[in-house]
Design a protein around this ligand. Structure first.
Ligand SMILES: [Zn+2]
Length: 297
């Protein structure tokens, strides 16, 4: 009876009630899914822009959300290794398990950088399958957009044409923006940078910047006083242009080094919601480049 009622309502109002329910691990995937699915989907992100996506709690509220998902969209490459397996286990949702069409792992569709030749945990929290932080390279995001769109079309055939059209529009706008960004970022080429975490290798690869050192002594290990004082020397000997850190990271170490070296410390959004201007994918890259360009002029 309820079903008939819903069908009748759909017929008369044109409103579809069964929106594709998408559970994403990070805000950039919720934003991308929304570009493709607009009002035909419901996208939720397990983390927000001020949270470290490497470490979150598998809270009961997340389990409730993931249980109802038709599609899971996560970064992968071990970024969520500390919390997603547990969430998946507790979800008892077979549709989104690995190998199912409801399981979409973004990094499996692009070439990853920084694949270690040897896994040595003494080197810190090394991501064994390569660096997962692909969202700062819009070229990779374009590749992922196409794949995600295909998956959404497959899962929700009724709206396939709608998704296809939105993807086409998104990509044409996105590719135009890439040209604009590259032009704007020419001034960043060859710039020497100290970064907090290995979060920006795709950005530096795209814009041809040179990350020469990290505030973290080893990936995932918080900066130490000893390591930071070594960085003063490195910074002075190398004419470093800026220190960058993500909005979710503690700015203390970057500011400490800035005070002692006068090298500008730049907070970057890292994902949607990291800064006010990074309110969508376009804003994310816009704001990232604007903030860096501002300090090198
Ligand atoms: Zn990482």
């Amino acid at each position: 009876m309820k079903k008939i009622l819903l069908m009748t309502l759909t017929l008369f109002t044109g409103i579809s009630f069964a929106k594709l329910n998408i559970f994403t691990c990070e805000p950039e995937w919720a934003a991308l899914a929304t570009e493709i699915g607009k009002d035909k989907i419901k996208a939720f992100s397990a983390t927000h822009g001020k949270q470290d996506p490497h470490f979150i709690q598998a809270r009961p509220s997340l389990i409730a959300k993931i249980r109802k998902a038709d599609l899971l969209v996560c970064t992968g490459a071990e970024l969520e290794i500390g919390w997603l397996p547990l969430l998946l286990r507790k979800s008892a949702n077979k549709k989104i398990l690995s190998g199912q069409s409801g399981n979409f792992i973004a990094t499996s569709f692009v070439k990853l950088l920084d694949k270690p030749t040897r896994i040595d945990r003494s080197q810190g929290d090394v991501h064994a399958s390569g660096n997962p932080h692909v969202q700062s390279d819009p070229r990779r995001m374009a590749e992922i957009a196409k794949k995600l769109s295909e998956r959404m079309q497959q899962l929700d055939a009724d709206n396939a044409e709608f998704y296809q059209q939105n993807t086409k529009e998104f990509l044409s706008q996105w590719n135009e923006s890439i040209k604009k960004w590259q032009k704007q970022a020419k001034v960043l080429k060859g710039r020497k940078i100290i970064a907090h975490h290995k979060s920006w290798i795709y950005l530096s690869n795209w814009l041809d910047m040179d990350i020469i050192a990290y505030l973290e002594p080893k990936p995932g290990v918080p900066p130490t006083a000893d390591h930071l004082s070594k960085l003063i020397k490195i910074a002075k000997n190398n004419k470093v242009d800026m220190i960058i850190f993500a909005a979710y990271q503690n700015p203390k170490s970057a500011k400490w080094l800035n005070k002692r070296t006068d090298i500008p410390a730049v907070e970057l959004p890292f994902t949607i919601g990291g800064t006010k201007n990074a309110s969508d994918l376009f804003g994310l890259i816009d704001d990232t480049i604007n903030r860096m360009v501002e300090v090198v002029r």
